[in-house]
Design a protein around this ligand. Sequence first.
Ligand SMILES: [Zn+2]
Ligand SMILES: [Zn+2]
Length: 334
Amino acid sequence: MSKGIRRFESSRFRQEEFDNIPSGIFFYASCLQKVGDTYYNKHRMFDFHNHYTNWIQAGSDFSGLINAMDMVGVEKVAICGLPTIPLDGHYAIDTKTDSNLLGQYEKLSDDYKRRIFPFVCGINPENPMAVRYVKNLLSIYPSSIFGIGEVLCRHDTMSMKIFGKEIPPNTPTMLELSDLATEYGLPILLHSNVAKSGDVEPVYLAEIEELLAHNRETKIVWAHCGISKDINNIPLSLLLDTLEQMFLKYKNLYVDLSWRVFDYYIENNEEEWSQLIEKYPERFLLGTDHTGKWEEYSATVHRYDILNDLLSERSRNMVKNENAEMIIPNSVKV
Ligand SMILES: [Zn+2]
Ligand SMILES: [Zn+2]
């Protein structure tokens, strides 16, 4: 069974896919292959948020990832490590996650490289040396870095384990990093919670705004729309409203729909999200946010089917693929 047919069978029925099918049972088998492949190619996805390792640097397997992507029609992936190792009951920043990822990436064939876009993430967002660190990596791996992040700023309990506190996204280091990103044409994937646990208002919005306003050329992708493991008390209508206000104010703001924002806010509310996406289709990205394990990859991709099916074809293509290609301009040149 081809991948195309498998993808076709697992997707929901869409009348437009059948428009060109001749009637008659004898044509059915040959048409199914053709329609399946058409569906597969037309709806290919760019996974904009994924991790090559987990928090203890285990995982890291490009061939397993590519197999998982092929099984479910994901053509390209933006991927970073995770910047931590366990140390004395907490975590320490481990920059080796970047050199490990980039070293493995540079050994790949061109066919694989065309589909994989490494980001660098070994960053303490309040350490002034972080900017020099990224600059140094850019000089060592000039053709292999396509973005900065996922930078971990306010990340509830993980921040406490790594830094002993949450770090806001508007530190001098982050502002400098924003300038560096634009100098090199790189997007920043930012994890910074919109509020703290229990808050019903987006109390940290001003900090994100300062980063966005600092350099309006820098494309900031706000991971999970600012939602995280312990952040789920903000009403849905307020979250959607907040995103809309932010889109209106900041043309350089993008959001990904990965991880907890799906669990807490999107699932069963797809209709509300599709309405906002149709108004601002150029601002949304899909991501799987796996951490070095690919067994559940297909299920994670398919959980967006209901949302994707509600979108117009134009918006669906933008969210699944074209926005990522625009944000990582080099992705079409590799
Ligand atoms: Zn995150
Ligand atoms: Zn992540």
